[in-house]
Design a protein around this ligand. Structure first.
Ligand code: AMP
Length: 385
């Protein structure tokens, strides 16, 4: 167990590291982060030190790791070899093997398939001929997704019936060799996620299921409690815990799923770190996902995850920022006594960039629909400003 007072290293200094460090500092932990953006990284102001270097710089990784008690990460696209360098100096959680699977869509799908977890049908493609074969087998519509470095719909192309595949391949690959995964189109009723924590001492704790709504492939809103039948909620948690166990994660694992029109759960994506859909836990649960991240990585007993009040989280993207780079007028959020504003302190606002979020908390026992309506109203008023 790594007790409060210890120095924790976080690879990646984005908002997930910032919120993990904020939660950990409250418990007495100290933090160092590693980020190519250096002092401009959102976590830098809440860490004692930031090491600024590319994620594959061995000398910088060694400099970062020396003197740390334990290391976690918040960013998926860190080379597993970099975790292995850090591991020579101090323990890293989750282990590099889990990261290696989750950061690569082909390995992730093969893992899910090999372990017998439910997922959308898929084919791996590296050429136009393979794409043609995959579309013939899976049918259109389907989605072509990049195997590596894809997030928030980046590197994805929906293939519709009758679409010219040669042009599609050219557009997607840019004429360069590229590995992709073609997924059958899922007619889903809803999207959901379960964030599980394991502490390496036999304890696994899952947050309540979050219901997620995406807009333009990016998470827009998360809703808790999720509005699904009790057996769906139970099945989602059991599935997520089985995946977390199979990956032998010590830390957090977010498991994103589709609930199909037939009522079946399919695993879509895995993330071995805090997850955007869990941001509402900061305001709405006994223990936040960020504190749980620190507890799990440090091998502490895990905290309780009860949802205290119905809550809706809304992402704040760079689209809301003004042309001169200034932040929007936050009055619509601030004027609502049961809303919480979180701004990540990122310098450059760009369309689709996650700049912050807000949560609206309902009264205990209030239907979450009313909370959702209030959150949507605030979102509209921010957009209109
Ligand atoms: P991903 O990057 O895989 O999480 O995809 C981003 C979003 O695109 C998902 O949250 C879904 O809303 C949508 N999406 C991804 N894959 C599929 C699919 N196979 N069928 C239908 N919608 C999908």
């Amino acid at each position: 167990m790594t007790p409060p007072g210890s120095l924790i290293g976080l690879l990646g200094g984005g908002q997930l590291a910032r919120m993990s460090a904020l939660a950990g500092r409250r418990m007495g932990y100290r933090f160092r982060t590693f980020d190519p953006a250096g002092e401009a990284a959102p976590a830098a102001p809440v860490c004692e030190r930031v090491v600024r270097a590319p994620f594959d710089d061995p000398a910088a990784l060694e400099e970062f790791a020396r003197g740390l008690d334990v290391v976690g990460f918040e960013f998926e696209n860190i080379p597993p070899a970099s975790l292995r360098i850090v591991e020579r100096f101090c323990p890293v959680h989750p282990r590099w093997q889990a990261l290696e699977i989750c950061q690569h869509r082909e390995r992730e799908k093969n893992f899910l398939h090999g372990q017998g977890f439910p997922h959308a049908a898929f084919r791996v493609v590296t050429t136009l001929a393979e794409l043609t074969h995959a579309v013939a087998t899976l049918g259109a519509p389907c989605v072509l997704k990049t195997a590596e470095s894809g997030y928030d719909g980046k590197g994805q192309l929906k293939i519709t019936p009758g679409m010219g595949l040669a042009e599609a391949w050219e557009q997607w690959s840019g004429g360069r060799p590229r590995r992709g995964v073609v997924e059958a189109w899922v007619e889903f009723d809803a999207e959901l996620s379960v964030i599980c924590a394991r502490n390496g001492h036999g304890q696994t704790v899952s947050f309540p299921v979050f219901e997620n709504v995406h807009a333009q492939h990016i998470l827009d809103v998360s809703i808790a409690p999720a509005r699904f039948a009790p057996e769906v909620l139970r099945e989602a948690v059991a599935l997520a815990e089985a995946v977390t166990e199979a990956l032998d994660v010590r830390g957090l694992l977010a498991v994103e799923m589709f609930l199909t029109r037939e009522g079946k759960l399919l695993v879509n994506e895995l993330a071995p770190r805090p997850h955007n859909s869990g941001h509402l836990t900061f305001d709405a649960c006994v223990t936040s996902q960020f504190e749980q991240h620190i507890r799990a990585v440090c091998g502490l007993p895990l905290g309780g995850v009860d949802l205290l009040r119905p809550t809706v989280m809304v992402n704040l993207l760079g689209d809301l920022w003004r042309a001169d780079g200034s932040a929007p007028d936050w009055t619509p959020v601030l004027a609502e006594p049961d809303a919480k504003l979180h701004v990540y302190g990122k310098a450059g606002a760009k369309p689709a960039r996650k700049m912050g979020h807000f949560c609206v908390l309902g009264k205990a026992g209030q239907p979450v629909e009313a909370v959702l309506a209030k959150a949507r109203e605030i979102q509209e008023r921010l957009r209109a400003k």
